[in-house]
Design a protein around this ligand. Structure first.
Ligand code: ADP
Length: 451
């Protein structure tokens, strides 16, 4: 059986859903979206932080000065200058437009927080300070229902089909109950996410990463889109670049957002000592946490931060946050040297008062940890994100090993490489999915209109 459609979108994370909306807005009438898991959402649904954007009205309302050039510079620097500058330029320049686009459709990311490696507060989340992933995921599911999107769950891409001129003409997909069938399409968008739940592939690419390291990824992140793209000649960039996130909540699959540290949490080890600036990049932080006793660290914060930052909530709901009326009591309850902890925080508070951290150079140090109760959350690094992936151009067209566009094949989101280089900044993943998701949908629509 062969089905015919105009556009086939593979994957139901933020990139896939955004592409579907943008394609429809650009006039695409017939589209099918497939998702191999039983539920939509992908890793996007788990995103704890926010969406980076520069020069937004929400930043202006909060008195934050920022601009796309600064976001470009931060992203290039964070990625150690190996990112493709043309893609980073698009990410930064279109970020405000993407925030506006979401807002126009009813997804308002008006809360602005600080992420690691960003020189301005530009991590946008929902107004109440909740997680961005679940919020956007619900928004996308509602949109899909409203627009009667043909979303087929339990349906996996197994092969891309090439026409006689090397263009992509469709795919073989496998439904859990229907078996394998063919969908012919004028364009295919790969939005299949990363590789974080494929330990064999990770070991092959990075034998230096211990097989013991946990993952924050949902089980569908197996690298399918990258492998199937390569099978039709696509080039892969930055193949070895796998990011660990330093702060998986120990005992859960939940990542503790950087915004908790941004709002004032202090990192200590079991000995109760600080060991790094709380707001440096993820690669440096992960390496530093791995070296501490037991490969863990603790985020220490007070009642002010707990009240202000929603992202601490999961640790409390899961019963994994430790508590004390004093820092000594907290130390005892959390298994951190109590005397050192109290001394470290007393010293930290002096730095906060002076607005300068001579020991570790934490930027924008101002909030003291001084309002009981006190809390500790234990964290450890986990495999989090694949910076590598399919090579694309700024039109989200997939590029082959000879540097030529593979006609009819588009990709957006974590499945692509080139945007984040050797290290992704927190908040840039959702930003990438929305901006390049939109571009892939619009560009696919152009191709469909011309064919
Ligand atoms: P992004 O952040 O780039 O949108 P996500 O991880 O959020 O990526 O979403 C990717 C989605 O693609 C996941 O839901 C994943 O299960 C799905 N997916 C991965 N491989 C396939 C495949 N072969 N066929 C269909 N869906 C897939």
């Amino acid at each position: 059986k062969i089905e015919k459609t105009d556009l086939l979108i593979v994957g139901s994370g933020a990139a896939g859903f955004t592409a579907s909306m943008a394609a429809r807005e650009a006039g695409v009438k017939n589209l099918i979206m497939i998702e191999k898991m039983a539920v939509p959402g992908g890793n996007s649904q788990l995103a704890a932080g926010g969406m980076n954007a520069a020069g937004t009205k929400f930043q202006k309302q909060a008195g934050i000065e920022d601009n796309p050039q600064l976001m470009f510079d931060d992203t290039m620097k964070g990625g150690k200058n190996v990112s493709n500058p043309d893609l980073v330029r698009v990410l930064a320049d279109k970020s405000n437009e993407s925030i506006e686009w979401l807002d126009k459709h009813g997804a308002t990311l008006s809360h602005v927080g600080q992420g690691g490696g960003s020189s301005a507060a530009r991590m946008h989340g929902p107004a109440d300070g909740a997680f961005v992933g679940p919020y956007l995921s619900k928004f996308f599911r509602d949109e899909a229902a409203k627009s009667n999107l043909d979303l087929r769950l339990n349906t996996k891409l197994v092969k891309l089909i090439k026409g006689t001129n090397g263009e992509i003409t469709g795919a073989l997909v496998k439904g859990k109950h229907t078996g394998i069938y063919q969908i012919d399409a004028k364009a295919v968008i790969l939005a299949t996410g990363g590789i974080g739940a494929n330990p064999e592939l990770i070991q092959k690419l990075r034998p230096d990463i211990s097989p013991e390291v946990k993952t924050s990824n949902q089980p569908g992140s197996q690298g399918d889109g990258i492998i199937l793209g390569e099978n039709v000649g696509a080039a892969v960039v930055d193949a070895k670049e796998i990011q660990l996130n330093p702060t998986l909540l120990v005992g859960s699959p939940v990542i503790v957002s950087e915004t908790v540290r941004g709002a004032g949490a202090v990192f200590v080890n079991k000995e109760g000592k600080r060991f790094i600036s709380e707001l440096t990049t993820r690669d440096k932080t992960s390496a530093a946490v791995s070296k501490q006793t037991g490969g863990v660290a603790y985020e220490i914060f007070d009642q002010k931060v707990r009240d202000k930052v929603k992202q601490t909530g999961a640790a409390f709901e899961l019963g994994l946050a430790k508590e004390g009326r004093t820092l000594e009591e907290l130390g005892k309850n959390a298994g951190i040297d109590p005397k050192n902890l109290a001394a470290t925080i007393a010293q930290y508070n002096k730095y906060a008062e002076a607005g300068n951290d001579p020991e570790f150079g934490r930027p924008k140090i101002s909030a003291k940890v001084d309002t009981p109760n006190f809390y500790a959350i234990e964290v450890t690094p986990a495999i989090h994100y694949y910076m590598g992936g399919l090579k694309i151009n700024p039109q989200a067209k997939v590029i082959d090993k000879n540097g030529k566009v593979i006609e009819g094949l588009f990709a957006a989101g974590e499945v692509t490489g080139g945007v984040h280089g050797k290290n992704r900044l927190g908040g840039n993943s959702i930003s990438e999915t929305i901006t390049f998701g939109r571009i892939s949908g619009e560009e696919a629509a152009k191709r469909i209109a011309n064919n």
